[in-house]
Write a protein that binds this ligand. Sequence first.
Ligand code: SF4
Length: 317
Amino acid sequence: MKLLDVENLNLGFYCENGFKQALFDVTFSLNKGEMLALVGESGCGKTISAMSILQLLPKNAGITSGVITFENQDLLKLSCKELQHIRGSKIALIPQDPMTSLNPLFTVGDQLLEVLKIHQNLKGKEAHKKAVEAFEAVQIPSAEERLKAYPHEFSGGMKQRAIIAMALACNAEILIADEPTTALDVTIQAQIMSLLQKIKKERGTAILLITHDLALVKENADNVAVMYAGRIVEKAPAKEFFENPTHPYSLALLNSLPSNREKSLETITGQPPSIQQIIEGCKFHPRCKQCMEICTEKVPPEYQVGENHISACFLQE
Ligand code: SF4
């Protein structure tokens, strides 16, 4: 069942030297119980695409066109109050750095109870019971006791679990997980990813995973969308993507995976362009080893290269 549809999203930033477009016709959808990974290098537009869903955008950002459909309504047309109802209770954010997401002055339990009060209108014993259940659901041991702890008494992994608990307590249908394991060490990363998998399977929660870590994607995601310079350049079911990647940028990213290093470690020369840089044609062409003349003149359209598999590269013509 389709939960979310992002269609032809275009967004830019008002800079000192004018409006600079940062997202170009970004289109993807998210089904119940699906984990979709948005991948790409830093600055490729994955976080800003995801934040557009909740409209948690910098002040100088502006969405110029597009439709974001959730529960038969266009989120881009909702008032602040209507959006407030959706944020947290229906679509929740798991941030990159759990350290900065909890208020150090209040116990974690108080913060969870506050969330339950705002989004579920729960108070007193009922809220407390729900808070304990949420902590237990994310496998925080001694849940009752740990509710009384302050954030500094939690490890990084436990803080991330507490934030996930807040989303679960409100029965969020979609989790936007923005590099949720980047600030954690490797063993804790695996625990958090297995927790997200469990939530996805048991509750049918859809997860939009934003990451630059393709190893994480290979192990966890159902579908993959690769972004480059504000555009989705390849989209496929994860199995198909890892078996049959087609876009030169995807191939370059995959060749830098540690598991592929026995073959040959390929680096991608240069940097992704900033939004200030004007690049005609395919924005990857200055870094692409297979660049052709047409690539410098025209933006490649999306080619259907397999079932649910698209690639925006002239090589597919
Ligand atoms: Fe490379 Fe051209 Fe394909 Fe762009 S369209 S990825 S430049 S071959």
